[in-house]
Design a protein around this ligand. Sequence first.
Ligand SMILES: Nc1ncnc2c1ncn2[C@@H]1O[C@H](COP(=O)(O)OP(=O)(O)OP(=O)(O)O)[C@@H](O)[C@H]1O
Ligand SMILES: [Mg+2]
Length: 501
Amino acid sequence: MNDRPVLELRDVSKSFPGALALENVDFDVRAGEVHALLGENGAGKSTLIKIMAGVHTQDEGEYVVDGRAVPVTSPRDARDLGVSVVFQELSQVASLSVAENVFFGRLPSRGAGVVDQARLHREAREYLHAVGLTVDPATRLGFLSVAQRQLVEIARALSQDAKVIAMDEPTSALSHTEIETLFHLVEQLSARGVAVVYVSHKLDELFRVSDRITVLRDGRKVAERDTERTDADELIRLMVGRELDSLFPRTPASPAHPGAPLLEVEGLTSAMVRDVTFSVHAGEVVGFSGLMGAGRTELARALFGLDATTAGTVRVGGRTVPRHSSVQATRLGIGYVPEDRKADGLVLVSTVRANMTLAILRRLAHIGSRVNRSAERSIARDTVERLRIKAGSIEQQVAALSGGNQQKVMLARWLVKEDLKVLILDEPTRGIDVNSKSEIYRLVAAIAEQGVAVLVMSSELPELLSMCDRIHVMRDGRIVDGYRHDEATQEKLMSSALGGR
Ligand SMILES: Nc1ncnc2c1ncn2[C@@H]1O[C@H](COP(=O)(O)OP(=O)(O)OP(=O)(O)O)[C@@H](O)[C@H]1O
Ligand SMILES: [Mg+2]
């Protein structure tokens, strides 16, 4: 390992209207090193990465490459200096092909502006192979899952043949095997002398891949540690600035539930969901486990009326939910927090307040037809406080919030709905820091206690095991196994998911 940093950010500060995102931060990375960035939601990690990428320019401080301060004011500048970035919020073009996304802005040409398609696809295939993605490079990106799009984003960064690759939560949507492939790739990159900057909320990942860890808190660098010389407890303490209460507050019971279930699903079938039957009582938290592509997200979408179903019934409190109408589903008391908050849920150009109260506008307007604005504002303010959402004000645009805080706003939308009966959460803690995670678990427990039937689709087994009264395992669109809380283990869930039983 070479000791001189390839890339340094010296004493950088960056503020946005209403937020000081970074304050006098020093950060550097050496050739062949993996330097991780850790911090709570809104700590400034993505802002630092975006400065490296030339998306933002620092207000103060220097961008130093190979010991020389350089002006970087555009993504082009950063790329020319050999810095390439995998962004947290994927910045791809859904209407273009996978190959075109990999080489976006750098398409191989046969002269006279004609794209060399054969070469484009050949080279794209090579990088897709490197990240373990087996899709036809000609596929339109819009058809890919979030995980696949994330891999395309990584392939794009690789194809730039960079000296520095920064990855902002590259594994947030990836499955276990895909993560292993990525780790292998990171190892190869550092063996080749590439400097890697790695952002993740998953501490076990940081211990696996990183050599050094820098911790940010509220825009300031609070510590830098050699990975070998620190442990999870210390990192969490540094990150949140205090000792953390237990991560999983809920102790699921398997109580006897008298009476009819609140949610009854029978023979539900859609393009990706096959003959699914289950029920959930008021106050129960039921988990859905399975591998990527097992049909969990599709089940959630079908229940909420976003996807068309071809057979089966969904009943809430005995009332049948009309097919393929999320408006009716909402009216009957179903709430849904999607996996891809950007594409399916949040109105990014709108405010925190408006996003939170979207599902209760009818109630807020119940007297006359005008929305009661002061009630709306006070609900939004209370909720921001209760969920500790980091926003300048309730009138801030959601687009300007950090990733984890956007997720909280999405959850808040349903928490404020008083007549909520069923809440469906798809990967509720994706991109959420440890501290906020435990808050979200607490919230879910509180919601269940109020008598809501909660469904949790999650890839994180510890999360399911600790929150859920029962866990169903899905495979190929079907429910293949079910476990009570007291009989479920990681091994059983994995083996059911893989078809081992
Ligand atoms: N374009 C912007 N306009 C206004 N404020 C912004 C903008 N981008 C970031 N911020 C603010 O800067 C702070 C740092 O945000 P940043 O996205 O860097 O956090 P993060 O550490 O990446 O968080 P997460 O773990 O949630 O991704 C937050 O308070 C955020 O609201
Ligand atoms: Mg971020």
